[in-house]
Design a protein around this ligand. Structure first.
Ligand SMILES: [Zn+2]
Length: 254
């Protein structure tokens, strides 16, 4: 039989194929369920497979709601209709919180049954996920109990199921944590650029001590008057000082 175009393993007679060749079952199980493997390009399939394997490697369930599994440590979630010992059994629909463009968890299909004091209101929980690559809309839990109250003796006013509200706030927390991490990373990169610039100005090479930094600064400042014209001195002086302050801060943080 032919080799899998993604991993090179032998494929079986009934395995799927895209226009370029066969795909083994293991590789197909790494591709999001809404992607049609038979028409998807090999390059895209490779990308999905690689991303999925990275997520699988670290995924560890911290909370479950129907077919939705959260890992709020690694900020990954998985949608799996089947489970094995509390863990998702189908691992193809796994997402980093960071790859989500849009997400919604809401109450749909409310049903009110019974009458008088025996009323019960239930709803289904629907999850909608959009990334740059795909969209998924799926019911993750059915018949969730909603709280309600009877108004004017006959009208039933109900609220969304408590578990839906709870999981939405968990999601929001994961998204907020992810945004904070990203902001920190951006700041770190910006800070790194400032340090490289300052080291360039003071002609310093890592590593250096606070004393060496001061020596370099004093030396350059002293020699400034010999190397630039009088009216430029002030300008270069301020640049030297700026660089010196940045590196002083950097050294004290270390
Ligand atoms: Zn394969």
């Amino acid at each position: 039989m032919a080799e899998c175009i993604l991993c090179g393993k032998q494929t079986g007679f009934f395995d799927k194929r895209n226009p370029e060749g066969y795909l083994c079952k293991e590789c197909v199980s790494c591709i999001p369920s809404v992607i049609d493997c038979t028409s998807c390009s090999t390059e895209k399939l490779k990308y999905f497979r690689e991303q999925n394997l990275r997520k699988r490697k670290v995924f560890d369930t911290t909370a479950v709601f129907g077919s939705l599994y959260l890992d709020n440590i690694h900020r990954i979630f998985c949608i799996s209709p089947t489970q094995k010992k509390g863990e998702p059994a189908k691992l193809s629909d796994m997402f980093w919180v960071s790859e989500i463009d849009e997400i919604a968890l809401c109450c749909v299909n409310p049903v009110c049954t019974g009458s008088g004091t025996g009323i019960s209101v239930t709803c289904d929980a629907e999850l909608y996920v959009r990334t740059s690559e795909l969209r998924i809309k799926t019911i993750i839990a059915r018949n969730e109990k909603c709280s309600y109250k009877v108004v004017d003796g006959h009208k039933v006013e109900w609220k969304e199921a408590a578990r839906i509200a709870m999981f939405r706030s968990m999601f929001n927390q994961m998204i907020a944590d992810e945004n904070n991490t990203m902001l920190k990373e951006i700041r770190a990169v910006r800070n790194q650029k400032r340090i490289v610039w300052a080291e360039g100005v003071l002609m310093l090479k890592n590593p250096y001590t606070a004393d060496e930094l001061k020596q370099h600064y004093d030396f350059l400042k002293h020699n400034l008057q010999y190397s630039v014209s009088k009216h430029e001195t002030e300008y270069y002086d301020s640049i030297l000082e700026q660089a010196y302050k940045i590196l002083q801060e950097h050294i004290s943080e270390k």
